[in-house]
Design a protein around this ligand. Structure first.
Ligand SMILES: Nc1nc2c(ncn2[C@@H]2O[C@H](COP(=O)(O)O[C@H]3[C@@H](O)[C@H](n4cnc5c(=O)[nH]c(N)nc54)O[C@@H]3COP(=O)(O)O)[C@@H](O)[C@H]2O)c(=O)[nH]1
Length: 870
């Protein structure tokens, strides 16, 4: 076979499409559509005929350049059409391509027989079909051309083949090839059929499975819905139980209607999850429902009107429940006709269903409880049951409350009556009690009460070894006032006397009226008989002032008798009797005076009062003077100081020793003025000695406890130092150990202040008190003065000797000097010297001397022998 060159199919087609018309003959619209689309896209004009006869009849009109026809068609088939075209005069050369299925090899033979130019098996390849179309339009006899020498030249996709085989060989080969192709095609068809069947089966299965899945899904959906509904049901039931349990509790413990309604609404909303719950009560006229309590979306109720008339506002759920005395359920709130007046606000607040239950109190409908839910059809049977139960609970509680109220009212009335009677009885009893213990005229305790109180005070006095003074007071000539001005004036006078007595005494004291014009005052806790005398002085003074009663100026004087426990009696009766006796003595002695029960006591107290009076005068007149006792330094025998000791030059009694008047001055407070006088006098004296040319010595001045505590003492001291001009180091202040230890912390502060002024300090009477060592070391003093009671027997009593020795050692350890006072003998002096005592003072060296004698003493007296030897 000869080889032929073939042009590229695309270029080849390009040349042939211009102006060519192709007639498609096929009864299958699908095949036509596909081919038409393929050929039009290549630029061919495509005509279509569904029927071979019709195509043949219109051939002279359509004048196609090429016919492509299906083989199997109703009526005329493709072979017949091809045969008839070949019989046409003008179109006998018209190229015809037949499309056949590769399922029957006879189709090839019949195509050749009918004169078809090409046959193309279905399904065809687009490229092959277009290439055949182009070849047919160029009127080529296919890819094969018969040569002159009888061979066939075949141009197959650019390669030329020269085939010398005979036609029969070629047709045999064609048939063999076709058979093979048919066989393959049949296999493919079978495979396709099998595939289709499998596909169909698969589709059936998928459809079945899909249907099954759809069923399952819908079942699952149903199950979920069922479960959700069951869960919602459980939730609601739980809420119901919670509501019921809470309402039961509320019914038990709530005692008033307001709280009950509020609590039920609260429980419904908080535990029942209702949107809103409210209690409406009928007004007095029974025509309107008024909100009594609400919880939840309470704004829904703002300005709401619910009536019980025939108006639309009178036929809603609440009104209906009240009217029928039962309950009313509205499960479609927004669409129900009778809720029309509230549709708008219902929509605004998300209300979809409501339920109301009438509230009854002892069989009378008083209002309704209404609950709102945010779901349509919310109120099912259990909810309604809940509502009914809540209504029943409220009604039950209201009934109880009413009964309780009635019972309480009765009880209250009874209680009030009982309490009034009790009060009356108590007031009566108090009055009796008062009259039993108090005097109605003066309001003071009476005799009975007095005896009881005195017994108690006496008991305490005995237990604490205290004294107790009993003062009997009788008003002089009171009888005259009573007789002349009447009892009512006398009573008022007695009342005023009682007031003055109360003002004159301390709170712990006792005042009572015995009867008539007799009063008794009891003074527990008195320190001395003199203290009693002072109290009496105050009483006398108070009672002697004028009284004003009903326009009369009256004056009375008291006659007073005093008895003192333990001196004048051991019992209250004894003390009363003796005070009474003393009072008679006072009256007998000329009235307006007082008498102690015993004569000695009278004398002592009188003397004491005289002394106090004299002391006052002495301060005014300056009757005090100072004596000075030298203080000798043991190491040198030199007089290093003097102690200023106070004396009182009494105009009658001569020189009075301080022991006699200083305690009185202390008690009365006069010591402050006296002490200041002494301080000034001592400093002035020293200034005068210094001025006379005496060598500087220290002057010691005693400070009393009261003086030491005086806040202005530092200022007084500064004034004196400034006035006298003496160096502060030349002044020594002596405070007793007991006044330092009375309040050690305060004492330290005071001493510190003096020390800062440069004044020297000494603790006097050391050893007689109870100095705490811890405080002692904190006291900023320069010296300790061993009390003379320890010095007295220092050379004979080992205890005293040891105390003195220990005191000296202790003082030295603390960096302080020691002054021994009351040194009377050489032996005492030697002992103290042996113990390294720093300074000595006593009669052995000199008695306290008046200032004029001290100067010669200082100038002329030799150093005593023990000290010279030292
Ligand atoms: N607050 C004030 N108290 C003062 C003042 N002046 C004195 N007093 C206190 O009075 C108490 C008695 O004093 P007085 O009678 O003067 O006795 C003093 C000495 O005379 C006495 N003394 C001195 N040496 C001896 C002696 O050898 N033997 C002996 N039997 N007595 C002697 O001791 C008194 C001094 O005591 P004291 O003050 O403790 O150093 C007396 O407690 C004075 O404190 C005053 O101005 N203010």
């Amino acid at each position: 076979m000869a080889t032929a060159s073939v042009q590229a199919p695309n270029q080849e087609r390009q040349r042939t499409v211009q102006g060519h018309t192709i007639l498609l003959v096929d009864d299958s619209p699908t095949q036509v559509k596909r081919l038409q689309h393929l050929l039009s896209a290549e630029g061919y004009r495509v005509l279509v005929s569904r029927d071979a006869g019709e195509a043949l009849a219109g051939m002279d009109v359509t004048q196609p350049d090429l016919v492509i026809s299906d083989v199997v068609m109703p009526g005329m088939d493709g072979f017949e059409l091809c045969r008839r075209i070949r019989d046409l005069k003008e179109a006998s050369q018209l190229p015809v391509i037949l499309l056949t299925h590769l399922n029957d090899p006879t189709h090839v033979l019949r195509s050749l027989e009918a004169g078809a130019n090409y046959f193309i098996s279905k399904p065809y390849h687009n490229g092959i079909l277009l290439s055949r179309v182009a070849a047919a339009l160029r009127r080529e006899g296919g890819c094969c051309v018969a040569a002159q020498d009888g061979t066939v030249s075949c141009n197959y996709y650019g390669n030329r083949y020269a085939i010398a085989a005979s036609k029969s060989q070629i047709i045999d080969l064609l048939l063999a090839t076709y058979e093979l192709a048919v066989e393959k095609n049949q296999e493919i068809s079978k495979t396709q059929d099998a595939l289709r069947r499998l596909n169909e089966e698969l589709e059936t299965r998928v459809a079945k499975r899909t249907a099954e899945l759809r069923n399952t899904i819908s079942e699952l959906r149903q199950e979920i819905a069922d479960r959700e509904s069951a869960e919602e049901c459980v939730r609601r039931l739980n809420r119901l139980h919670s509501v019921l349990s809470e309402t039961s509790k509320a019914v038990v413990h709530i005692k008033d209607r307001k709280s009950l309604f509020h609590d039920f609404c609260r429980i419904a909303v908080d535990h029942g999850c209702f949107k809103l719950a409210w209690v409406g009560l009928l007004d007095k006229a029974g025509t309107m429902v008024q909100v009594a309590a609400a919880r939840g979306s309470t704004a829904y109720l703002n300005g709401i009107t619910i009536t019980l008339d025939q108006e639309p506002t009178g036929s809603g759920p609440t009104a209906s429940a009240i009217k029928n005395g039962s309950f009313y359920i509205c499960n479609d709130f927004l669409n129900a006709a009778n809720t029309a007046p509230w549709h708008e606000r219902g929509r605004e607040y998300g209300i979809r269903a409501s339920a109301s239950i009438a509230l009854q109190q002892e069989g009378r409908v008083i209002g309704a409880l209404t609950l709102y839910a945010d779901k349509k059809n919310y109120f099912d049977r259990p909810q309604v049951e809940l509502l009914r139960q809540m209504g029943a609970d409220i009604s039950f509680a209201l009934g109880n409350m009413e009964r309780d109220d009635r019972r309480l009212a009765v009880e209250r009335a009874l209680l009030q009556e009982t309490s009034r009677r009790l009060q009356e009885r108590e007031q009566h009893a108090q009055k009796i009690e008062y009259l039993a213990h108090y005097d109605p005229v003066t309001k003071l305790p009476n005799r009975f009460s007095l005896m009881a109180r005195l017994a108690h005070s006496l008991e305490l006095a005995k237990r604490c070894s205290n004294r107790l003074a009993l003062i009997f007071i009788d008003l002089d000539r009171f009888k005259n006032i009573n007789d002349s001005l009447g009892h009512h004036v006398g009573d008022q006078l007695l009342f005023q006397v009682a007031g003055r007595l109360l003002e004159s005494i301390r709170s712990a004291d006792i005042v009572a009226r015995l009867g008539g014009d007799e009063f008794v005052v009891g003074l527990p806790l008195i320190r001395s008989n003199v203290s009693a005398a002072h109290a009496i002085g105050k009483i006398q003074h108070a009672l002697c002032q004028s009284y004003y009663v009903e326009g009369h100026e009256l004056s009375v004087t008291p006659s007073i008798g005093i008895s003192i426990f333990p001196d004048d009696g051991e019992t209250v009766q004894e003390l009363m009797k003796n005070a009474d006796l003393a009072m008679y003595h006072a009256k007998a002695g000329g009235r307006n005076n007082f008498q102690f029960f015993t004569q000695e006591m009278n004398q002592t107290v009188q003397e004491r009062l005289v002394l106090e009076g004299d002391l006052r005068v002495a301060i005014e007149r300056g009757e005090f003077l100072l004596h000075y006792q030298p203080q000798v330094e043991m190491s040198t025998g030199r007089v290093v100081g003097v102690e200023a000791l106070l004396r009182w030059q009494h105009p009658v009694h001569g020189l009075v020793a301080p022991d006699r008047f200083i305690p009185v001055a202390e008690e009365t407070g006069m010591i402050v003025a006296i002490g200041e006088l002494a301080l000034k006098a001592a400093c002035r004296q020293l200034a005068s000695w210094l001025a006379e040319g005496l060598p500087p010595i220290r002057v010691s001045v005693n400070l009393s406890a009261r003086q030491f505590r005086q806040d202005n003492l530092p200022a007084v001291l500064l004034d004196i130092l400034r006035e006298t001009g003496i160096g502060s180091h030349l002044l020594e202040l002596e405070i007793t150990e007991s006044s330092a230890m009375d309040n050690p912390a305060e004492a330290i502060l005071h001493l510190q202040g003096f020390r800062e002024m440069g004044v020297e300090l000494a603790i006097d009477d050391f050893g007689t008190g109870y100095s705490s060592l811890s405080y002692l070391k904190l006291f900023p003093v320069h010296r300790l003065k061993i009390d003379r009671s320890f010095v007295k027997d220092i050379d004979t009593d080992t205890d005293d000797a040891e105390i003195a020795a220990a005191t000296i050692a202790l003082a030295h350890t603390l960096g302080k000097e020691v002054v021994a006072e009351g040194v009377e003998t050489e032996a005492q002096c030697r002992f103290l010297q042996g113990q390294r005592c720093d300074i000595v003072q006593g009669y052995y060296f000199s008695r306290p001397l008046p200032p004029e004698e001290l100067v010669p003493y200082l100038r002329n007296t030799p150093v005593p022998s023990p000290l010279t030897r030292a």
